[in-house]
Design a protein around this ligand. Sequence first.
Ligand SMILES: [Zn+2]
Ligand SMILES: [Zn+2]
Length: 353
Amino acid sequence: MRTMKAMVLEKPGKLVLKRIPVPTIGDEEVLIKVRYCGICGSDWGSYNGKYADEVACLPLVTGHEFWGIVEEVGRNVQKIRPGDRVAVDICITCGTCYHCRRGEPLLCSSFQQIGIHVDGAYAEYVKAPWKNCYVVPDTVDDYSAAFIEPLTTTINASRKMNCELGSSVVVIGAGLGIIHAVMAKLRGASPVIVIDSQPARLEMAKRVSADFVIDISKTPDAVAEVMRLTGGVGADYVIEAVGRSQTYEQAFRMLRRGGKLEAFGICSDDDFMKVPPVQFVIHEKKVGGSCAGIGHDWEVAIDLLKYGRIDPRPLISMVVPLEELEIALKELHENKDLVKVLVCPDLSERIVL
Ligand SMILES: [Zn+2]
Ligand SMILES: [Zn+2]
């Protein structure tokens, strides 16, 4: 039996480098040799057992922000050939439940994601249904291709938020939040305001997308600052891209009357936010959210990269070998100057960019 190296999350806090069998593909699946897999903020949560639905899936090979080269295709596979560079829509939906039939696949009652609920790409190989694969053109470079999955999540959120020319948009959190800000700017939002506590991240936000940044280590009352920057009105849209109840509460307070909170940061199941419901009624504040990109979002992400509408490379801080995944997870948690770290199974020594 062919084996491969993989980082297996055996239980919360226990990530083990192992040799395990190379996935066996079905007739509708392809086998992909992983080139790069980005470390997601949610991987830290998964590693620590923050999400109950994921803990239920352990042991598991995690890693969901990946692309690779197709090595083998199943008997019924169409359009995808060995040698293709592919990014993979990680969402697996049933297609037949109430939500799928209504065109709400992200709400599928048996929703699963590759690298979150089924084996993912912190390994030399990963398998995926061919219908989830999108060919990445050569004009999209290797590092940027690893950004397709996170990009799709911001595209889906941006589509749901649907901000217009001249809308004021606040993004709380300058990790993937920087990309939310880019997306808002592409839609003509003005001003775009990014909030974080890390000067290096805010510097980057300013360089790539933000009109204003608020450093909460220096300006603790971010709500007052947003009010000031929006002429006392509040923001049309606030995207929470941190995943903490306190920042969700702040986000709600920054909204103008009639404004909309776009929920993106993932909290634990036992985190709660306190909001006065009267503001839904009297102030017509709204809340929406989404957890992932799906389907066509992949084509949009590839096009945005292909036509240079977004350049994610400044956000990529380093590339590490698969064996360094656990160290990198901890480094990402502790060193907030790191934004995106990619894992590469073929690499023997880390590359700091
Ligand atoms: Zn992710
Ligand atoms: Zn379904």
